[in-house]
Design a protein around this ligand. Structure first.
Ligand code: AMP
Length: 216
């Protein structure tokens, strides 16, 4: 039976790091809408051009654009057996569209990585991304062995422009207003599992794996 795993959580809650590990453990493709937008922007596509100002200001990209991009991606053959979503859905409209469009018989699991706002600011502003692979370092919590160089592949590390402290504040406001209502939406459906995201990355991973394993 195909399985769709949805990871919810504020920006900086650790969704990206956990999604990558969990997708690998479950042998599911990792689909991150933020990564898809950044790739489109880097390539200068029409989608990238239309999304860029929203990413740069910490606002959500309009639902129709995100939904079209996401469903194009999950129509690919590698997603036929299911996929893990990181950063989607982020609005009730997106959640409802996903429910309408996923094939009958698909098992949907939703895990929320819960982290308090003050921790989020500290985590997100030190985040370091690699230009060449999808590894994530942190200047304080997961520093690279050599400054500015990715441990995994030797690529150059950089700060995401929208990880600037002022934009993080805006992204958190957007999260509370538009994305957090999804927790209640999925709770009502009896699908929501909550994991304490303030634990260490390996403890969070273990908790996620256990809860997804139990629900699967
Ligand atoms: P992320 O990498 O998930 O933090 O996403 C970075 C940015 O991409 C967000 O701040 C939004 O501007 C945009 N974005 C990513 N996913 C979505 C989504 N599902 N809905 C709307 N905007 C999104």
């Amino acid at each position: 039976m195909p399985m769709v795993v949805i990871l919810l959580g504020a920006p900086g809650a650790g969704k990206g790091t956990q999604a990558r590990r969990l997708a690998e453990a479950l042998s599911l493709p990792h689909i991150a809408t933020g990564d898809l937008f950044r790739e489109n922007i880097a390539k200068g596509t029409e989608v990238g051009r239309r999304a860029e100002d929203y990413l740069n200001s910490g606002e959500l990209v309009p639902d129709d654009l995100v939904i079209d991009m996401l469903f194009d991606r999950v129509a690919a053959p590698d997603c036929a057996g299911g996929y893990l979503l990181d950063g989607f859905p982020r609005t009730l409209e997106q959640a409802r569209t996903l429910e309408e469009r996923i094939p009958n018989g698909t098992k949907t699991l939703v895990a929320n990585i819960a982290v308090a706002d003050d921790k989020i600011i500290e985590r997100i502003t030190g985040r370091l991304l690699c230009r060449d692979c999808d590894n994530i370092h942190h200047s304080k919590f997961a520093p690279p062995r050599s400054k500015g160089i990715c441990d995994a592949c030797g690529g150059e590390l950089y700060n995401r422009p929208d990880d600037d402290p002022q934009l993080v504040k805006r992204r958190l406001d957007v999260f509370h207003a538009q994305t957090q209502p999804l927790e209640e939406h999925y709770e009502k459906q009896g699908r929501l599992v909550v994991v304490d995201g303030e634990k260490s990355p390996s403890e969070v991973f273990k908790a996620l794996l256990e809860s997804v394993g139990e629900a699967a």
